[in-house]
Design a protein around this ligand. Structure first.
Ligand code: SF4
Length: 137
């Protein structure tokens, strides 16, 4: 077993349960994830995602920048350009087909506050109640 340089206490990023996790780190890489026995809400237990689902941190296929399709090919783009493009496309769809032609899907990986803001964007800015959340599936 790899001996870690340090253990970092944090919160599992996968769902709203918010389990406490200990990241066993060596050379800035996470090699193992455990859960502290004395800490709520999980008291030493983790589901399979929390225990084993951290390979994505250093995976070479991990997306680290937005991608915009240009001439049929996805190409890296700056955040400002990607957000401007999304806003322009959503505005065009709303103008052409109405707000209910748009739907938004939130994520359990986001915080409550981020999900709250997403429904505000849907209802107050876009003008649709087409908003859902993956945790409801
Ligand atoms: S360990 Fe599982 S149940 Fe706990 S926060 Fe992570 S995904 Fe959710």
């Amino acid at each position: 077993m790899i001996q870690s340089d340090r253990i970092v206490r944090t919160v599992c990023p996968y769902c709203g349960v918010g389990c406490k996790i200990d990241l066993h780190v060596k050379d800035r890489r996470v090699y193992r994830v455990t859960a502290p026995f004395a800490a709520p809400p999980n008291f030493g237990k983790l589901c399979v995602k929390g225990r084993f689902g951290h390979d994505f941190l250093w995976h070479p296929d991990r997306l680290t920048t937005p991608l915009i399709r240009r001439e049929g090919t996805l190409q890296p783009a700056p955040w400002d350009e990607a957000l401007d493009l999304v806003a322009a496309r959503l505005s065009a769809i709303k103008a052409e087909s109405g707000p209910d032609a748009i739907a938004l899907l939130c994520s359990a990986k986001c915080t409550n506050e981020e999900n709250y803001l997403m429904q505000k964007l849907a209802r107050q800015v876009i003008g649709t109640h087409n908003i859902d959340h993956c945790a409801r599936l």
